[in-house]
Design a protein around this ligand. Structure first.
Ligand code: SF4
Ligand code: SF4
Length: 156
């Protein structure tokens, strides 16, 4: 499958040399592995602050491609969809999936070996079983009371 995220022409291993806050927009976007896990609904324990990902996907997620079907104008449909940026990562990193490249780099960790920036193909995230491909349920069909039954164990 062709890579929907432009990753050509970037400096080799730029993410090891450049702080997140100094990255260009293209470098920043290229860090996304395309797993789709940030588009899953989450449950957060108000007391402990613990966050659990569920298999219940945002209405705009296509789980065959793990992409948002209306990415450019998604806020018309999902006003509270977060736009992750270098200057708000401190606020959001805690709820991001454990394998998310933004969270990993924010925590000072390396990118995993299946990351498309290292493998050269977007398929590697699916082949590694890390993405949500063909593995979600619809938020339309799943009442909130049942979300707990769909909690997934990370990092899978
Ligand atoms: S969880 Fe992170 S790496 Fe995965 S799709 Fe979302 S932003 Fe990209
Ligand atoms: S609106 Fe799009 S980008 Fe935002 S959570 Fe839903 S599917 Fe993901």
């Amino acid at each position: 499958m062709s890579d929907p995220i432009p990753r050509k022409g970037l400096a080799p291993k730029f993410w090891e040399k450049k702080p997140l806050k100094e990255m260009s927009q293209t470098e920043w976007e290229a860090l996304c592995d395309g797993c789709g896990k940030c588009c899953l609904n989450k449950l957060e324990d108000e007391d402990s602050g613990e966050v659990a990902l569920t298999r219940v996907a945002c209405r705009l997620l296509d789980d065959s491609t793990c992409r948002c079907v209306h990415y450019e104008n998604r806020h018309e449909f999902v006003p509270d969809c977060i736009v992750l940026r270098p200057d708000n990562l401190d606020t959001h990193a805690y709820w991001m999936p454990l394998t998310c490249a933004y969270r990993l780099l924010w925590e000072g960790k390396p990118l995993p070996e299946w990351h498309p920036l290292l493998t050269g193909t977007p398929d590697s995230v699916h082949d590694a079983g890390v993405s949500v491909q063909f593995d979600t349920v619809s938020e339309f069909d799943t009442p909130f009371e049942e979300w707990e039954d769909h909690i997934i164990e990370e990092p899978t």
